[in-house]
Ligand binder design. Structure first.
Ligand SMILES: [Mg+2]
Length: 128
């Protein structure tokens, strides 16, 4: 059996997170689970990526980031009709995560520290 060929079996995600350690550990974990993972360290890098790439099945979005934060990213994303339909799940340590997700028009939220089972369950929901 050719394991290298069967390794990428799921959808492509975009992970937007400024914390380099978290970005690395989450993307490793997701790649091990079979996803193709694009990463961006802030909202501006994410927007640039999205404008030049086929849409990912989901964006995992941190909120507090330098250069362009998660709120600013959402503002730009929802104004762009080519990008506005891509579902976004926010990543936040904030206790009011649900309210924040709602105010951002996000599809959902994951509270930091991220629980792997919840993350994978959410990805299954979005058919990634
Ligand atoms: Mg951050």
């Amino acid at each position: 059996m050719d394991n290298s060929a069967s390794r990428i079996s799921r959808g492509r995600l975009l992970l937007v997170e400024d914390d380099a350690d978290l970005r690395q550990s989450l993307s490793d974990l997701l790649r091990d689970a079979g996803f193709e993972v694009a990463v961006a360290e802030n909202g501006l890098v994410a927007l640039t990526y999205l404008e030049d790439s086929p849409p990912p099945c989901l964006v995992l979005l941190d909120l507090m980031m330098p250069v362009m934060n998660g709120w600013e990213f959402r503002e730009a994303q929802t104004r762009n009709h080519k990008l506005s339909d891509i579902p976004v799940v926010i990543l936040t340590a904030d206790g009011r995560a649900e309210l924040k997700a709602e105010s951002l028009g996000a599809a959902g939220y994951l509270r930091k520290p991220i629980e792997v089972a919840r993350l994978l369950g959410m990805l299954a929901e979005y058919e990634c």
